[in-house]
Design a protein around this ligand. Structure first.
Ligand code: GDD
Ligand code: MN
Length: 364
């Protein structure tokens, strides 16, 4: 018998919780290998959700109500899971919205994936068989699809397909492994931060198609602008590739200024090569301090060794630019040097350096 803790965060869900909990209890009557406890984490909902839940707990003996102050969705999940570890000996957690947007009848599919070896199962809207509500307006659909795509590509993690889905089932080990530091994400960004950490930790992630339903009672608590802002900040702070690009732009500016000055006096190929040497120094410092701060090189000896190594690999970038600009100028004339340099950086140097940095310079 495995202990399953379903954490149900509620804020003004009076008209949803009763029927939803009834449906969940029904599903678990057939999932006989699992012992369910429903942990309702309510942030003193002004609509009296807690009263409804209290009444329900007279009918069912596996409902626990936690009432606490308003802190956000992520905080509710953290609180619920920590409570479970303290008092309930959890084996498996379920996270789901309390507003019927997540269909409880899907739960057996999640457990089937767990039994097949997954550590974390996600209800995905963006895989075959999954969907977002058909009656949503076009703006809302685009908002949802684009948001999810930005997260996937921004973090450079294309799988799973649905990063913002709040419908998840996972083994307790996933929580203990990712928990540290997650209290920073007290709102909706929690979902993305949690998933990224689980992925970095190497947990096996599976997806089941989910038809995300439209809300009928009550309303969404998401504040779209806050959510977008926090999500973008999160991505910027956690995407090595984006940080690498930002540092690259700084390096590029250093290079451009130097090259633009020198090109008036010397051969453009050499001017660009000298400019790129200074860009390399800026890149080394910036990437070490920020992009790869989780693998930061420190200590004078180590730093100088690595810098020489870095210079060695960077010769590749210098040669690529020198050759492209040198040959291009010979073909199309001196005035083409700047466009040639941009071309060489965008399509050849950026991928080359990113690969080399990860593989040879800031390796684990
Ligand atoms: N305890 C508590 N505290 N619960 C909250 C809070 C809070 O501050 N804010 C929201 N909830 C509860 C709601 O009552 C609901 O049960 C669930 O969390 C989801 O909140 P909604 O307000 O319905 O979110 P949504 O439908 O707009 O957002 C959906 O998409 C997000 C991003 O894609 C949900 O599926 C989220 O889980 C998902 O992260
Ligand atoms: Mn909702």
């Amino acid at each position: 018998m495995k202990n399953v803790i379903l954490i149900l965060p509620t804020y003004n869900e009076k008209d949803n919780v009763e029927t939803l909990i009834g449906a969940i209890e029904g599903v678990f009557q057939k999932l006989t290998k699992y012992k369910l406890t429903i942990l309702v984490v309510d942030d003193y909902s002004p609509d009296g959700t807690a009263k409804t839940v209290e009444n329900l707990s007279k009918r069912y003996n596996n409902i626990i109500l936690i009432s606490k102050k308003k802190e956000g969705l992520g905080a509710a999940y953290m609180f619920g899971a920590n409570y479970a570890f303290k008092y309930l000996q959890p084996d498996i957690f379920i996270q789901m919205d309390a507003d019927w947007q997540h269909n409880p009848l899907l739960l057996p599919d999640f457990f089937y994936q767990l039994e097949r070896g997954a550590d974390l199962v996600i209800g995905s809207r963006y895989i075959p068989g999954g969907s977002i509500p058909g009656n949503w307006g076009i703006h809302r659909k685009i908002y949802s699809i684009v948001g999810n795509t930005v997260v996937r590509f921004g973090l450079g993690m294309l799988l799973p397909h649905d990063w913002t889905s709040g419908y998840r089932v996972y083994k307790k080990q996933v929580f203990t492994e990712v928990e540290a530091g997650l209290e920073k994400y007290s709102g909706y960004t929690f979902q993305v931060a949690f998933l990224r950490k689980a992925k970095v930790a190497g947990f096996k992630i599976a997806e089941v198609p989910q038809q995300f339903a439209d809300r009928i009672h009550g309303k969404s608590k998401i504040a779209p602008f806050d959510y977008i802002k926090n999500l973008l900040l999160y991505i910027l702070n956690n995407s090595t590739f984006l940080k690498y690009l930002v540092i690259g732009v700084i390096g590029f500016s250093v290079q451009t200024i130097i090259a633009k000055v020198l090109v008036q006096f010397i051969n453009p190929g050499i001017a660009v090569a000298i400019g790129s040497f200074f860009a390399i120094c800026a890149n080394f410092l910036g990437n070490n301090l920020w992009t790869f701060s989780h693998k930061r090189i420190s200590g004078l000896t180590k730093l100088s060794q690595k810098f020489i190594h870095f210079l060695g690999t960077s010769i590749g970038a210098v040669i690529i630019q020198g050759v492209v600009v040198g040959v291009g100028v010979w073909l199309w004339g001196k005035s083409a040097w700047f466009l040639l340099m941009i071309f060489a950086i965008a399509f050849l140097v950026i991928p080359y350096n990113y690969f080399i940095y990860n593989r040879f310079i800031w390796k684990k």
